[in-house]
Each structure stands twice: as C-alpha cells, then as structure tokens.
Design a protein around this ligand. Sequence first.
Ligand SMILES: [Zn+2]
Length: 163
Amino acid sequence: MKPSRLTPKAHPDNPYSTMPPRSKPMNRRPPTEPAARKKFRKGVWLCQCCGKRFDRSDEGGQSLECHEMASGGSRTAALEHPECLLMLCGVDLKRGLLGCHKVVQDWPLDKQLALKKWSDPERYDRLLVLKVKRVASTFVTEEEVDARVEELKRHGVGPWLNQ
Ligand SMILES: [Zn+2]
C-alpha cells in the first residue's frame, strides 16, 4: 500500500505527531568505526607498502590511511576484517608526495593481495577477501598471488609500485 499523503509525518514541529522527532542533522553522530578496523589501525605504525614509519613524533604532513581491498557494497563488510585492510601512507601536500595509498588503490586485486601476503602474512586470507567481495573463490588464485609476490621480491617495493 502506498503511504497516503494525508498520513501525518513525524516532524519535531508537529505537536500532533505520535512519532518520535527525527534528530536534526547537527545532532547526528558520525558512524562509529568498527572495532576490528580501529584495532588494526592503531596497531600498525608503518606503511605496509613502502615501510615508512609513522611515529607520533615524526608524522610530518603525511598520515597513514586505511585502505579496504573491497569497495562499494562490500566495503562495510571489509571494515570488520583486518584481512581486507592495508595501512598505507597518504598524500603529503607539503612535500608533494603522492603516497602509496593513491597508487595501490588502483592496483588489480591479485597485486593488492600479494602486498598483504608479503607485508602482513599473519593477517593474510585470500579466500576471506574474495568472500567479502562476493566473487568466486577462483577470481584470484593462490598461484597468481604468489607470482605477484615473486615479482615484488625481484623488483623491490619502489619499482614495483608503479609497474
Ligand atoms: Zn608508503
């Protein structure tokens, strides 16, 4: 049934409304960060790509950013799993640095997974990432990831970054 135009709408200024008033935009709290993402973010103090450290005393103009290996509708689910996350250095406008995040986010998934496997083996889980992204378990194979890891080891992170 379509809602009638005569149905009274919940409105804070409508004294006859039986509905609770909607919160005003000003009162809305920002969405809370899932515990898994927060724990991961607080526990990693270096860029998992170039290895740059971010001590509290040496953050400069740059910061570490959390990259989710899943976007769109899968992003929310990805935030619950550190296996889907990478900590990467961000843009540094002062020094004109692009940062690893800008580059890695455009990589194909097999390359991103290889970076995870190489830099964060304890939290590497290819099948979980594929499940969160809602793609087939064969979308990226372990052999493809391993081939990328070998590439990374051969070229080193710097040159591999922009290939
Ligand atoms: Zn970096």
